[in-house]
Each structure stands twice: as C-alpha cells, then as structure tokens.
Design a protein around this ligand. Structure first.
Ligand SMILES: Cc1cc2nc3c(=O)[nH]c(=O)nc-3n(C[C@H](O)[C@H](O)[C@H](O)COP(=O)(O)OP(=O)(O)OC[C@H]3O[C@@H](n4cnc5c(N)ncnc54)[C@H](O)[C@@H]3O)c2cc1C
Length: 377
C-alpha cells in the first residue's frame, strides 16, 4: 500500500521503503516474539536503524526541521504491520521526548535529543500511577525545589519500556499544579521493577521514586505547564496510534485472505462461501476508511490545526475500534486455525486489545470528541 495512493506526497512512499528495509533486516520469526517481555534482538535492531531520527527536530540531529506527525503515522503503520515491538520502540522515542523537544532547557535538550536521534538513548513517558489512570489529576507523585535541585517522590506503573529506557519524562504534582521533569533512568533513588505480564508482547514497569534529585534545568517548561505539553504530545501520538491500528488491521486482513484463498470446504475456497467473503469485504472497507482517517488526523497535527487534538482523538478512537473488529472477524474466517496460540492471527488478536486502552481509553476519548462536536456547531 503506497502512501501516495492516499494523496500523500511520494516522500512518504520513500519513508515506507525505509521502514521495509529495517524490517527486512529482522527474520520474520523474530519480529513478533511471544510472552510479555521485550526482545533484546529487536531493541538492538531498532537502535541500529535510523528511524529515531524521525522523532527529533533537525537542529538536534533529527531528519526534518520539525517532527512530522504524518511521517510518524506512516512509519507506525508499516512497523505495526510486521512487529508490534518495533512499533512500540519507535513510538516511545517520540512520546518520551516530545515535551523535551518542545520546551526543555537547551542544555538538557542538547544532552539527550541527539542521542535519541541516533538511537543511542531510549526514552519513556511516566504518567500513570496505581490509583491514577484516566484521571491524571489524581496523581500523588510530587516534586519540589530544594536549592538547585528538583526532588521527586512517588510511584508510577504500567510504564512502557522503562526497563530499557535511558531517560524518562515524568508527570508530577508540583505545589497546586502539575509539571514535567526529565529523569535519567540511572539517577540514584529511582528503582525500576518489572510490571505485570500483559496479554500482548508489550513490556511495562513500575517506577519507584525515593527523593530522586535532578537539577532544576530538568523541569520541562515552567512550573504548572505539564498539561500543555502532554496534550501537545497526545496530538501527535494519538494520530500515530491510528496509523498503528491500520497496520495491524491490514496484517489481519492479509493473513485471513491467504487462508481463505488456500483452504477449501464444501469443495470451494473459503472466500467463495458467501458469509466468509462478506466478512473479508467488510474488513477491507473498514481498513481503507481507517487509513484515510489516520492520515487526515496526522495531516491536521502536521498543519497545527486548532482542532488537531480532537481529530487525533477521533482517529485513535475509530481506528482502534476498527482494528479490534477487523482482527476478530478475520480470526473467525480462519475457524480453529485462528485460535492457535503461536499462530499469527491469535497474536494479532492479543496485540490489538491494548490499543483501545492506552493513550486515552476510548470511553474517555468519546467524551472529548462529543464535547468537540457540540462546541464546533
Ligand atoms: C500496554 C499499555 C502500555 C501503557 N504504557 C504507558 C506508558 O508508557 N506510560 C504511562 O504513563 N501509562 C501507560 N499505560 C497506562 C495507560 O495510559 C492507562 O491504562 C490508561 O490511561 C487508562 O487508565 P486505566 O487503565 O487506569 O483505566 P481507568 O482509568 O481505571 O478506566 C477503566 C475504564 O473506565 C473508563 N473510564 C475512565 N474514566 C472514564 C470517564 N470519565 N467516563 C467514561 N469512562 C471512563 C475507561 O475508558 C476504562 O474503560 C499503558 C497501558 C497499557 C495497557
């Protein structure tokens, strides 16, 4: 599927080629490990690729003058089509560093961003806590100034890839407001432990901050500005979850098609048994719609449209619901073979499920989209 067939510049076709070359460097059987833990082989393959350059602006060693949300979306679609772990490694480089790129202290930017662009440093983002998920304002992790330092205490959990991250953007309560701070992963007082094993091959960790000290320059922007930077991050990266959902749905459809063309029942290939062909046709239409919406939302984020966050939320909501529907239908077309735990379809089924929960649970996004619709009347 060429991006230019959907109205994007041919520049994005070349980006798709770049991702395919990275994927070609990883044996197909290594691309989607089972179990919940990160594959060291994929971490290495990602670090050695140049993909991280897309997550940093050119002045800090990145590929384009400013981070291009359309490129991020197209790359995630291509990665998720073959490897959810490579997709997650790529996305977290941006999610974990976008606020730093936007408003970090120049010295801290200069230290971390070129390393992130070269893939030498991995980034993570810590918002969630045991008692604060969708209700972010209820966090209890605190930060206060002490001389030239910032001191952080609290507990974050479900933090993707913190086990391999070199630098973590941390969301904290500071006085009456909320701030973001950059915390190097090896800072004394920060303990990182394995989190629960999830149904998808996605690794999360618990972070314990025991009076962790970082220089004052590690606050991102001014005290109390956290939500501004978090929302800017979500504007770009929710649209990219939509790209990821499209890549996954396309993989499910391709796998189902392969099966339905080759397996016969009642003397005919499965796709010719009316109901099965209809399932495939419904999936194809939804995948096409999802792709168009993902690109549209990412395009609005790139253009800096005033409603870019609303479109990103709408695209994340709609495409992740589609991905789950598509993979469920595709599994159905394969009968019992879709249920084999080590099989591709069963893996896609499990990988799809968290998409509706992270980066804004879909029910919460629905509330925001409805508010936008009413406000835009
Ligand atoms: C694979 C994975 C990776 C993650 N990675 C990270 C990470 O790197 N960093 C990080 O900070 N966090 C991460 N998270 C956490 C994620 O951001 C939260 O899971 C998410 O914000 C939802 O919070 P919750 O799971 O606590 O659900 P809850 O907030 O407890 O919500 C439970 C249910 O109630 C619904 N709900 C909640 N509030 C409302 C409302 N106001 N109206 C209607 N319905 C509502 C939700 O939609 C959901 O269905 C990750 C989670 C997963 C699954």
């Amino acid at each position: 599927m060429r991006a230019s067939e959907y109205g994007l510049d041919t520049h994005y076709d070349r980006i798709q080629d770049e991702v395919r070359a990275v994927l070609d460097g990883v044996a197909p059987e290594d691309r989607e490990p089972t179990g919940g833990r990160l594959s060291p082989l994929l971490v290495k393959a990602f670090a050695e690729s140049n993909l991280s350059e897309h997550m940093v602006a050119a002045r800090h060693g990145g590929r384009t003058e400013t981070i291009d949300p359309l490129a991020v979306c197209v790359i995630r679609e291509a990665l998720m089509n073959s490897s959810s772990q490579l997709d997650a490694l790529f996305s977290l480089q941006g999610i974990g560093s976008y606020a730093l790129s936007r408003a970090g202290h120049p010295e801290v930017q200069q230290h971390w961003l070129p390393r992130i662009a070269r893939g030498e440093a991995l980034a993570a983002m810590a918002l969630t806590e045991p008692h604060a998920g969708s209700d972010l304002k209820s966090i209890t992790t605190t930060m206060h100034e002490d001389g030239d330092d910032l001191v952080i205490s609290g507990h974050k959990n479900y933090i993707s890839h913190a086990s391999v991250a070199d630098v973590i953007t941390v969301f904290v309560r500071e006085g009456e407001g909320y701030s973001l701070a950059v915390v190097p992963a090896r800072t004394p007082g920060l303990r990182i432990e394995d989190g629960p094993t999830l149904i998808a091959p996605h690794e999360v960790s618990d972070l314990y901050f025991d009076e962790v000290r970082v220089p004052r320059s590690h606050r991102i922007g001014a005290p109390g500005e956290a939500f501004e930077h978090v929302l800017a991050t979500l504007t770009v990266f929710r649209a990219s979850v939509a790209g990821s959902a499209v890549g996954l749905a396309q993989a499910a459809l391709d796998t189902a098609l392969e099966h339905c063309v080759t397996r016969e029942q009642f003397g005919r290939p499965l796709w010719k048994l009316g109901a099965v062909g209809a399932l495939l046709a419904d999936c194809a239409g939804e995948v096409e719609m999802a792709r168009l919406l993902a690109y549209r939302a990412a395009g609005r984020a790139k253009a800096g449209s005033p409603d870019a966050l609303d479109y990103s939320s709408m695209a994340k909501l709609a495409t992740t619901e589609i991905a789950c529907r598509v993979v469920d239908r595709c599994l159905q077309t394969m009968g019992r073979f879709g249920l084999e735990a080590e099989g591709h379809m069963a893996q896609l089924y499990l990988i799809a499920r968290p998409l509706r929960i992270y980066e804004g649970a879909n029910e919460v996004l629905r509330l925001g989209v409805a508010r936008y619709l009413v406000g835009a009347r």
